[in-house]
Write a protein that binds this ligand. Structure first.
Ligand code: AMP
Ligand code: GLY
Length: 428
């Protein structure tokens, strides 16, 4: 079968690499892709946020048997609905189900209604009411723009001054556009053992009837070592997560994963696709920090290399609602991904810098994110440029291998964190 992947980041490259291993996949296509994906797929230059244009393209290419929608924005815009209504087979939730990510107000109300553990909160559309609420409340306090904001619509405010500034930015200055028309104001969650708190990403496959977690992973959202600097899309990841043991898995399945799947069904919004749970381990047990309606980036780059089962088989089982019939298997061991970013990211950065890559060790998986090839020369084309991923028996071993290979790659302005895989792991 020929498969079309929608998206252009490191996550999509990891999905493409996993699908490539399936004996049932003939040709891969990717809309829009990047220089790494171009090595294993045919790139399609159509704006994937124009759902009608994507629908027209797929209609005109009957050789495509299946489409995987990876990014959040086309899902929120209803690309799955559009393709399904034209009779195409799709992996990814429909628009109403994807609201679990695209509206934080919806997600919080869902958790409240169904008793799913999360931070206490209030929702506001009126600036003055929001202001009065933070003035009467405790600090730190967390402000979240309701809509999609490239992972940047969350502000953690240490004091009233910061909270007033944040409210103004989101609600009056519209720093995140219409995403800030509604705001969620939330209690700050503390971790059980670590500062600023231990977070784990649990990605799951679900067809609305069964929900199957993938191996758990940990992201590093801040730009600099020691969790300093601005929030980014993610500067690196590792799996497994040292504190996420079998007891945690059981607690989270019973208190969070199954209740969320059932809540979406009860709301008439059955979720089919990858449902991502961003969790915090607190003194009161695990709580949901965020839901995403898709694979995480860069979590996918460490999770999918551990998958033993054919990814296309899983995708199709989700589409056909027979996920419970499938046994999904994972490798033992660890995987670490170090993201190489453009100078200045997550703020202003330049593109078009030439990338030099030396001879990488065997087994290194390079996930291209913001890259392009111009006249045969590999160049930077985004904030996050490459993910250097390595496997090992332990996180320690995998991170040493990843960093050894990071040193073989260079481009002007390249920056990366040197502490990926250190947190929560005793040795570093
Ligand atoms: P989000 O985009 O919702 O994942 O938020 C970005 C990051 O902000 C999360 O990964 C957490 O590190 C942090 N965060 C969000 N909400 C809370 C909260 N209620 N308490 C503590 N930290 C939070
Ligand atoms: N790495 C976090 C996300 O994909 O949302």
């Amino acid at each position: 079968m020929n498969v079309l992947i929608i998206g252009n980041g490191g996550r999509e490259h990891a999905i493409a690499q996993a699908l490539k291993k399936s004996p049932r996949v003939e040709k891969l296509y990717c809309m829009k892709g990047n220089a790494g994906i171009a090595e294993i797929a045919t790139l399609v230059d159509v704006d994937y946020c124009d759902v009608k244009a994507v629908g027209d393209w797929v209609d005109a290419h009957p050789e495509i048997g299946y489409t995987v929608i990876a990014p959040d924005d086309p899902l929120a815009l209803g690309l799955a609905d559009e393709l399904e209504s034209r009779g195409h087979r799709v992996f990814g939730p429909n628009k109403r189900a994807a609201e679990i990510e695209s509206s934080k107000a919806f997600a919080k109300a869902l958790m409240k209604k169904y008793g799913i553990p999360t931070a206490a909160y209030e929702t506001f559309e009126d600036y003055n009411a929001a202001l009065a609420y933070v003035r009467a409340g405790k600090f730190p306090v967390v402000l979240k723009a309701d809509g999609l904001a490239l992972g940047k619509g969350v502000l953690i405010c240490e004091n009233l001054h910061e909270a007033e500034e944040g409210l103004k930015q989101i609600m009056l200055d519209k720093a995140f556009g219409a995403a800030g028309n509604t705001i969620v104001i939330e209690e700050f969650l503390r971790g059980k053992e670590f500062e600023p708190g231990e977070e784990v990403s649990v990605l799951t496959f679900t067809d609305g009837k069964a929900i199957v977690p993938m191996v758990a992973s940990c992201d590093h959202k801040r730009a600099y070592d020691g969790d300093k600097g601005l929030n980014t899309g993610g500067m690196g990841t590792f799996t497994p997560c040292p504190f996420y043991d079998a007891a945690a898995e059981k607690e989270v399945m019973e208190n969070i994963l199954l209740p969320t799947m059932r809540a979406m069904n009860a709301e008439g919004r059955p979720f089919k696709g990858v449902l991502y749970f961003g969790l915090m381990r607190t003194d009161e047990g695990y709580k949901v920090v965020e839901y995403n309606a898709r694979f995480g980036d860069p979590e996918t780059q460490v999770v999918l290399p551990m998958l033993k089962t054919d990814l296309l088989d899983i995708f199709e089982a989700v589409t056909d609602e027979r996920l419970s019939e499938l046994k999904i298997e994972w490798e033992e061991g660890a995987c670490v991904c170090v993201v190489l970013a453009s100078g200045g990211y997550p703020e202003k950065y330049e593109k078009g810098k030439q990338i030099e890559i030396g001879a990488l060790d065997e087994g290194i998986l390079l996930a291209h994110a913001g890259t392009k090839r111009e006249n045969g020369v590999l160049k930077t084309n985004g904030g996050r440029v490459l993910g250097v991923c390595a496997k090992g028996n332990t996180v320690e071993e995998a991170r040493e291998k990843a960093y050894r290979n990071v040193e073989k790659i260079s481009f002007e302005g390249m920056h990366y964190r040197r502490d990926i895989g250190v947190k929560y792991n005793k040795k570093g």
